[in-house]
Design a protein around this ligand. Structure first.
Ligand code: ZN
Length: 556
């Protein structure tokens, strides 16, 4: 087992007391990490400097003698904290803090849940949430405003249906929205009414906007609470860095404050919302935020959209949908329009991360990156541009990722959630280039793995499982969906650590536990490289450490 030291690390002094003040020696661990070249290294002791960085790994007897405080890992597996290369931190917190009715068995149970949630939030002006499904309740009809009033009548309540295509309002919300028997249903929407023509409380599709426009956006206190909620959950799952795929101006303000006050525990690598023109103009003028708050907050990427999603047939395909021959989806922008957005962001020094699902959208984004490379040369490629999702790719386009040095940011659990739907949409030919991780790797592309939480569950263990098995959590289909595209355990770990760090310009900082890297590590109850895939889903994260500081403990 090799031992390495980095003497220079001891010279760095950090402000704010963010790191373990005197350093730390973790011993009696079953340590594992990848090295800079992606090879597996095992060790039993980890020495952390006062700067919160790894000084040495190896056998305890080989480490430099010193008088550091010690932590006995109790024979647990010690590994790098995981990186989710595509998630939505504040949206996760908001989803967790809002009322969730998905698991309610019947209408009375749902009304109980609304009542207790409303009581727990005496300050909230509106009670919002979602996940209800009258079919699961065996109700045989939509629920009503009058029923919702029995749970909360003083304040407006607005609850979206499980599919997002209908909303349920109480009487106060209907009144605030001015919805009466005389309100016409808007084009593309419907107001549910009783036999007398009175609105009953449920609004379908475009009619939802009648209430939604009155629901206030999250204020600063709500955002902060959502951040706290999400941070706790993510750290407890063993995630130490998230690439947030849609930082709003308000979120940026909150994260800058938290970072400068030394109050961020998770590391967040932000992609600014490219659709917010005012925010973009300010960022182009100010340039990126690099490693604020001792590397806890970075904003050096811009998120742009080329198309929509596959499920709703909003993804842009080169040829018609297999299951809807009348449509091929839609590109959000013309080639010159998207290129202009990409160019403006790159010229201001930002990594450009384009959401692209369909093969037409991926081709449009690749062509844009190739143009930037021609125009700007290494000034563009050094920014390590990315395609977010990179889901359906025409086979001839696969080598363009490596040639244009574009990273494919993929979400393994999307493959296992989408598998049946995806093949319906694109058919047996195009599916060959869909979720095609091994084809991308063989074509020389760098993959970075994430989850797209809260669209999917944030658990990186579910992500590793999906990456390795291409099976859903129930083990279907047996043997995996297009199993040849599955990642090996080492490739999957790489995708959630070393390569994800690279995709966030942080491969010298995080993702590995070799000397010089920040001491972002977790103690877990099984070895992800040797555990059976099913065991990965039961992984317990006992402790999480960020920058040499413990930020989560299962049994404190
Ligand atoms: Zn996303």
């Amino acid at each position: 087992m090799r031992t390495t030291r980095l003497f220079a690390a001891g010279l760095l002094v950090l402000a704010g007391g963010a790191a373990a003040a005197q350093g730390l020696l973790v011993h009696n661990a079953r340590g594992l990490t990848l090295d800079e070249r992606g090879r597996v290294i095992r060790f039993d002791a980890l020495q952390i400097g006062a700067d919160g960085r790894v000084q040495a790994i190896g056998r305890l007897t080989e480490l430099p003698p010193g008088d550091l405080p010690r932590l006995d890992a109790g024979g647990r597996v010690l590994m790098p904290g995981l990186i989710d290369a595509h998630g939505h931190v504040l949206a996760l917190g908001a989803a967790r803090r809002s009322l969730q009715l998905r698991d309610t068995a019947d209408l009375p149970a749902a009304l109980d849940a609304v009542r207790s949630h409303a009581q727990s939030r005496p300050q909230a002006a509106w009670i919002t949430g979602g996940g209800w499904n009258q079919a699961a309740w065996k109700l045989g009809r939509f629920p009503t405003a009058a029923e919702l009033d029995t749970a909360e009548s003083a304040r407006p309540v607005w609850l979206s249906r499980v599919d997002g295509h209908a909303g349920w309002a109480n009487s106060r919300a209907l009144a605030l929205a001015g919805i009466t028997r005389d309100t016409p249903g808007p084009a593309g929407g419907r107001i549910e009414r009783d036999a007398a023509g009175e609105p009953t409380g449920v609004l379908v599709d475009a009619a939802m906007g009648l209430v939604e426009r009155h629901v206030p956006g999250e204020d600063a206190a709500e955002l902060a609470a959502s951040l706290d909620t999400a941070e706790r959950e993510l750290l407890a799952l063993g995630i130490t860095t998230v690439h947030d795929a849609g930082i709003s101006a308000a979120a940026d303000q909150l994260l800058r404050q938290r970072a400068s006050a030394g109050q961020l525990r998770l590391r967040i690598y932000g992609m600014a919302r490219g659709s917010d023109e005012d925010f973009m103009a300010r960022l182009r003028a100010s340039g990126p935020v690099l490693q604020a708050g001792d590397g806890h907050y970075t904003l050096r990427a811009v998120k742009l959209f080329a198309d929509g999603a596959l499920g709703s047939r909003g993804a842009a395909l080169l040829a018609p949908y297999t299951d809807a021959p009348g449509t091929r989806g839609l590109l959000f922008r013309s080639d010159p329009e998207l290129l202009a957005q990409m160019r403006a962001a790159a010229k201001a020094g930002f990594q450009v991360n384009v959401h692209a699902i369909g093969d037409a959208a991926n081709r449009q984004a690749l062509a844009g990156f190739e143009t930037l490379a021609r125009e700007m040369g290494a000034r563009s490629t050094a920014l390590r541009h990315r395609i977010e999702h990179a889901q359906v790719i025409a086979l001839p386009d696969l080598p363009r990722f490596a040639r244009a040095q574009v990273i494919a940011s993929v979400q393994p659990t999307h493959a296992t959630s989408d598998m049946n739907m995806a093949e319906d949409r694109v058919g047996p030919q195009r599916i060959q280039g869909a979720y095609a991780w091994q084809r991308l790797l063989k074509a020389g592309a760098t993959l970075a793995c994430g989850s797209d939480f809260p669209v999917e569950e944030p658990s990186p263990w579910a992500g590793l499982y999906a990456a390795i098995t291409r099976e859903d959590a129930a083990g279907k289909p047996v043997g995996g969906w297009y199993r040849q595209q599955a990642l090996t355990p080492v490739q999957a770990l790489d995708c959630f650590t070393r390569s994800a760090a690279f995709a966030g310009h942080a491969e010298k900082d995080v993702g590995l536990l070799t000397p010089g890297h920040r001491a972002d590590f977790i103690l877990v109850d099984r070895d992800p490289l040797t555990a059976s895939p099913a065991a990965l889903l039961k992984m317990r994260v006992l402790q999480t450490w960020v920058g040499g500081r413990r930020v989560h403990a299962l049994d404190p």
